[in-house]
Write a new protein. Structure first.
Ligand code: KIV
Length: 316
């Protein structure tokens, strides 16, 4: 946004203006009606606005921002304050979808009380409508307490990136019968504890399908096959801005890296050729002032330039 060209706060697309606000009730109805739920991550105002105006149901301010926005090699280092900062930016953009904030590693692992206090910050200070936590049965008490505190909780099972060290890398989970049964049991327990939805990441399609059929709440899949109630992708993967080889489950719908590179190279070219900015991109004095300048002694106008040059020479 140029500082000389203010956006209108009300300038929304026609579609968005008439689309009702998505709630967790809407997602529940979609599951019951067999209508797929759409979700994407978003981390800043401009992309959140595009995602929301396109009509996506859920925007997750994922801790994946540690990797795709901040350049870390895992999600572990991102802090509460950084997650709050990005959630606020997304909140300002979103009118239609549900804004879910990912609780970062360490913000709910020390105690349930600390987890509730940190989750409340996302609701109170950043305008999130729900929080997401990773983990299975071990999170049931936290999910109950958050639900008691009127904070909707999205859970996250399977390949949970905050457990990268325990898993020994980013590996598909639930591949043995015992592991699949444990995932299904965890999902049922989290639902009973009050979860409003569960993200199923990195697990065999068959396991995700069984979990989805057993739950009343919606499942949102990522690398979990097409039988989940909805799908989520990391925005930067969707548009090729991740600077890494896409995982098997990623489908790229655009090439923002190529688009941005072409734009940046064009800008460098035009500046170096002195073809940017041109006459139409320049501001002008009024005719009256220009006429005065032409006819009068312009020493006064030149003086500050001379003064600043003197200053530069003195500095050098
Ligand atoms: O942080 C994130 O982006 C996520 C999604 C992959 C579900 O947790």
């Amino acid at each position: 946004m140029s500082i000389t060209n203010f956006r209108s706060a009300d300038a929304q697309s026609g579609a968005q203006a008439i689309t009702p606000k998505v709630t967790f009730q809407t997602l529940q109805e979609k599951k019951q009606a067999g209508r797929p739920i759409t979700a994407l991550t978003a981390y800043d105002y401009s992309t959140a606005r595009l995602v929301d105006e396109a009509g996506v149901d859920m925007l997750l301010v994922g801790d994946s921002l540690a990797m795709v926005v901040m350049g870390y090699d895992s999600t572990l280092p991102v802090t509460m304050d950084e997650m709050l900062h990005h959630t606020r930016a997304v909140r300002r953009a979103v009118k239609h979808g549900i804004v879910v904030a990912d609780m970062p590693y360490g913000s709910y692992h020390v105690s349930v009380a600390e987890g509730v206090a940190n989750a409340a910050r996302f609701i109170k200070e950043a305008g999130a409508e729900a929080v997401k936590v990773e983990g299975g049965a071990v999170r049931c008490e936290l999910v109950e307490r958050l639900t008691d505190a009127e904070i909707p909780v999205v859970c996250h099972l399977g390949l949970t990136p905050q457990a990268v060290h325990r898993m020994g890398g980013y590996k598909v989970q639930g591949k043995t019968l015992a592991a699949a049964e444990e995932l299904a049991r965890d999902a049922r327990m989290l639902e009973a504890a009050g979860a409003v939805a569960i993200v199923l990441e990195g697990m065999p399609r068959e396991v995700a399908a069984i979990i989805t059929s057993q739950l009343h709440i919606p499942t949102i899949g990522i690398g979990a096959g097409p039988d989940c109630d909805g799908q989520i992708l990391v925005f930067h993967d969707l548009v090729n801005l991740s600077f890494s080889r896409p995982a098997k489950f990623v489908r790229q719908y655009g090439d923002a890296a190529a688009l941005f590179r072409t734009a940046i190279e064009g800008y460098i070219h035009d500046v170096e050729e002195r073809s940017f900015p041109d006459e139409s991109e320049s501001y002008h004095l009024s005719k009256e002032v220009t006429d005065v300048l032409k006819t009068q002694d312009t020493e006064a106008l030149k003086a500050p330039v001379a003064a600043s040059k003197t200053h530069l020479i003195r500095k050098a």
